[in-house]
Design a protein around this ligand. Structure first.
Ligand code: ADP
Length: 181
């Protein structure tokens, strides 16, 4: 399912983000960029050791990545121009700035992608796995934040396709419904 926002295609896809085709994929990483379970584990497994080695270099240079921030590596053996590792908020009930941090994950990742001249990018449903962010609220934050970024960036923005890759069917349904509105 696709919609257009000011020349940019927003797409909802169900599946594994490592099988997507495009320029950059976003990883829902942890602060230490150690690789873990969920989408993080899938990306590290599919891309090979090189991604973890680059994550270690980033960790040595700048320390941990704060929630809401992002770091860039190559995609290892995956066929992407790179991977943007962003750190989502751990859900603590909603009063610990989780929504603003999650929104920042999307805007920071999009900023980084634009700096690289990316034409397409795919996001997983950041925060909604082990970090426990409620799915509907996470999707609303993701969509709002992406649309706001597009509107603020204007026509010079290189990105032409932004995909929400949902591993779980219920998330895909939530995103489809939100984008249809
Ligand atoms: P977080 O720690 O940010 O919650 P998780 O990886 O635990 O990150 O979960 C984030 C989302 O990624 C969840 O919706 C989960 O179902 C999804 N996910 C897990 N594996 C993949 C994959 N291979 N491709 C895309 N999404 C995935």
């Amino acid at each position: 399912m696709q919609i257009n926002i000011e020349q940019v295609v927003l797409e909802v896809i169900e599946g594994d983000i490592t099988r997507w085709q495009g320029d950059y994929i976003v990883n829902a990483a942890n602060s230490g960029l150690y690789g873990g379970g969920g989408v993080d584990g899938a990306i590290h497994r599919a891309g090979g050791r090189r991604i973890a080695e680059e994550c270690a270099v980033i960790r040595q240079k700048q320390g941990h990545v704060l929630p809401g921030d992002a770091a860039l590596t190559t995609a290892g053996s995956l066929p992407f121009r790179g991977i943007i590792h962003t750190v989502g908020p751990i859900w603590k009930g909603g009063s610990a700035n989780e929504t603003a941090i999650l929104a920042k994950c999307y805007s920071t990742s999009l900023t980084l992608a634009c700096q690289q001249g990316a034409r397409s990018i795919a996001f997983p449903n950041i925060g909604t796995g082990v970090y426990n962010f409620p799915k509907l609220a996470a999707a609303q934050t993701a969509v709002t934040s992406v649309i706001q970024f597009i509107r603020e960036s204007g026509p010079a923005m290189p990105l032409k396709l932004i995909a929400f890759v949902c591993f779980e069917q219920d998330n895909a349904e939530i995103y489809r419904e939100l984008l249809q509105r």
